[in-house]
Write a protein that binds this ligand. Structure first.
Ligand SMILES: [Zn+2]
Length: 700
């Protein structure tokens, strides 16, 4: 789970595609069927448990705040909250998400048992949940639901059949793992229009470097991956020797694709990810692959423009298709189909999938209980129907109003900040101001709910439900191509414990799920609330002006609005943050890839600057008081730090270091406060203290 996630350029597309087989959080939550007995305390919730927004018992007051503020604020939490066996990591966010899940479980459990009075949507999510929970029925079908796709692959007579079969796989699985990803998103150069996106993909491991790094750990992991792929082929009925050779073949093909894939840092550069071209040009890049057939099978015309995010990747793909044997292509496709759908199949597939992606890759000892996986699936597939139920019960108009007031205060703080900024020229300031004014605030849930009336859900057909919901989502996305943009759309569901900024929509989005205690606690005094939720709002807002977001204008178009001088001054300030975070260790001897985390680190710092200013304004309205032995200023910072308390497994930290644009929680706290003189003052830190920087970084 990317906490305080900025919507990366393609995240919306990818999150719609990913629900079963992809790495990351979706993998951990994938619907596997395991032998985990529900514990006695594992019960649905009818009400949220209350956790205060500032929790003194979560602190370690024996630590010196000026020496390690994270330990001081979170030491108690770290001690009292060991990582549950079914989690890769554990955090304040993760815990709240689990509470949300339990609450949603209660809703779904009731709806699935209710025999009359359900609305059409309530009936759908109740039936989906019931079908998903029916393990016996799922187990009885084994891998039989895969047969139509496997038969289509098997039936390919020549490479000329590839395009049609690939389109069928992409429509059915919604997965970018089979050779490439294909979806729709806003045109970088005209944000009002939606165009097709042909993207990289084709990998089973989380990121390209997993295929090329030569250290001992990486080599060991590749061997474990080979073993896993082999076992999946064996489950499909292949003899061990054949399955082993097939696994090697898969790794060879994926390695070839990885070598032509952009790095995670390069993928943050929108210019490197934007190559709009007519279909004919994409066709010229990939001779031998029939795009006309692929587009037709996807119900798309071939006269619209396509953003080919990574042209070199497509050239490599074309070379691969030309040189590989048809049988090898089929083998690779079989692997990706079973990989993408493993979570929806019987126990053996689910467990094997978890053993590698959960246990080996992330260090999680135990598969999540089935109810969690089913709740996560309803949220992933019918999220706005479930979200409606969540909002009705957990997010009133009063909460929405309070969040909006705080958001407007933060935006006012950004306006004031811009006015007095000493390094930016008036010309660039005017453009920044224009962008700030254009930002749309989305709070809690969408104004218009998604219409699921065309998705058929049957109470006795889990796999069919999952497939129909995927097809609905893939088609809904592709249907946007060539049409004007719906600016009301959300990229996260209402129960999500996260928030995002979209550079192309130029909006900030705070789902109802993240506006709950302890993150947003209306019972608490203002100080910790502004430190925590104020900081989150500021964080998302600053994403509009971080190294990536600043390249888009007020309308969400990729367009340079900076004077050359201001541009280089921005770069200098950004470099200060890059240098600072590059020194922090994630795990073992792996340091933060601070070019990857720059946008998040910048948003963390800028967000706190804005939250502080907004809180000072609010303090003139409601006079702050000392509580629990802490001054209001101290409470502001403790409230801020306590969103980030977490425990991590070393395996998961290694994945994070390679793929996550966020720094670990410790540095998201300590890395920020060292740059804020207000912090040192609040805790009377000496100038040479660890939490006081002699030359603080500051962009916004
Ligand atoms: Zn962020």
């Amino acid at each position: 789970m990317g906490l305080h996630m900025r919507r990366s350029l393609l995240a919306l597309v990818v999150s719609q595609l990913v629900w079963f087989g992809a790495p990351g959080f979706a993998q951990d939550a994938a619907p596997a069927v395991g032998g985990v007995a529900p514990s006695a305390t594992d019960k649905p919730l009818s009400e949220f448990p209350y956790t205060p927004g500032l929790d003194v018992s979560a602190m370690d007051t024996t630590a010196n705040p000026c020496n390690d503020f994270y330990q001081y604020s979170c030491g108690g939490w770290i001690k009292n909250n060991p990582i549950p066996a079914d989690q890769a990591r554990w955090s304040v966010y993760g815990k709240l998400y689990q509470d949300n899940q339990r609450f949603l479980w209660g809703i779904l459990d009731n709806l699935s048992k209710k025999t009359s009075g359900n609305s059409a949507n309530q009936q759908k999510i109740g039936d989906y949940f019931a079908a998903c929970m029916d393990e016996d029925a799922v187990d009885k079908r084994g891998a039989q639901p895969l047969q139509p796709l496997l038969a289509a692959i098997d039936g390919m007579q020549s490479k000329a059949d590839l395009a049609a079969v690939l389109a069928q796989i992409h429509l059915t699985t919604g997965d970018a793992g089979t050779f490439f990803g294909f979806s729709a998103d806003q045109d970088f150069s005209n944000s009002d229009q939606v165009i097709a996106f042909a993207m990289g993909g084709g990998l089973g491991l989380p990121e390209r470097d997993y295929y090329t790094k030569q250290d001992a750990k990486s080599k060991e992991l590749r061997q474990q991956y080979l073993d896993h792929v082999q076992r999946m082929f064996e489950l499909l009925g292949e003899a061990p020797a054949l399955a082993q050779s097939h696994a090697k073949l898969v790794l060879r093909i994926e390695t070839t694709l990885a070598q032509s894939t952009l790095s995670v840092v390069d993928k943050r550069d929108p210019y490197k990810m934007f190559h709009k071209m007519p279909v004919a040009k994409l066709q010229a890049l990939t001779p031998g692959f029939d795009w006309g057939t692929y587009l037709k099978a996807s119900a798309l015309s071939n006269d619209s423009a396509i953003n080919v995010t990574e042209p070199k990747f497509y050239q490599a793909l074309a070379r691969l298709w030309a040189s590989a044997k048809l049988d090898d292509i089929k083998t690779y496709m079989r692997w990706h189909v079973v990989h993408a759908q493993a979570g929806a199949l019987s126990k053996a597939y689910v467990q094997e999938n978890f053993n590698f992606f959960g246990k080996t890759l992330r260090g999680t000892p135990q598969l999540q209980p089935r109810w969690k996986r089913c709740v996560a699936l309803v949220d992933a597939q019918l999220g706005e129907a479930l979200g409606q139920e969540f909002v009705d019960r957990a997010f009133g108009p009063e909460l929405k109003k309070r969040t909006l007031v705080m958001t407007e205060q933060i935006e006012q703080a950004m306006h004031d900040e811009l006015q007095q900024l000493d390094w930016m020229s008036p010309a660039t300031k005017r453009k920044a101001e224009e962008k700030l004014k254009a930002i749309v605030n989305k709070i809690g849930y969408p104004d218009t709910w998604r219409d699921y009336s065309s998705v058929a859900i049957a109470r006795d057909d889990f796999y069919g439900n999952a497939q129909r919901a995927t097809r609905f989502e893939v088609r809904r996305t592709l249907n946007k191509i060539g049409k004007p943009l719906d600016r009301g759309e959300w990229g996260m569901t209402p129960p999500t414990v996260n928030a995002y900024y979209s550079a192309q929509m130029n909006d900030i989005n705070f789902p109802a799920g993240v506006l709950q205690p302890p993150l947003f606690d209306p019972k608490m005094d203002d100080a910790p609330g502004y430190g925590n939720t104020g900081g989150t709002i500021g964080h998302e807002l600053v994403h509009g002006f971080d190294d990536e977001g600043r390249q888009f204008d007020a309308k969400g178009n990729l367009k340079n609005w900076w004077t050359p001088q201001d541009n280089s001054k921005f770069q200098q300030r950004a470099q200060c943050i890059v240098n600072q975070y590059a020194k922090y260790v994630v795990v073992d001897n792996i340091k933060i890839n601070s070019k990857l985390t720059l946008g998040e680190d910048m948003a963390d710092l800028g967000g706190m600057v804005l939250a502080w200013t907004a809180w000072k304004v609010q303090s003139a309205v409601v006079k702050p008081e000392s509580r629990d032995g802490f001054t209001p200023e101290q409470r502001f910072f403790i409230g801020f730090a306590q969103w980030a308390c977490e425990n991590n497994r070393p395996e998961d930290l290694r994945v994070q270091a390679a793929t996550d644009p966020h720094s670990p929680g410790k540095y998201r706290v300590n890395g920020v406060v060292v740059n804020l003189p207000e912090f040192g003052k609040a805790f009377a830190c000496k100038p040479d203290a660890a939490m006081v920087s002699a030359k603080p970084c500051r962009v916004w």
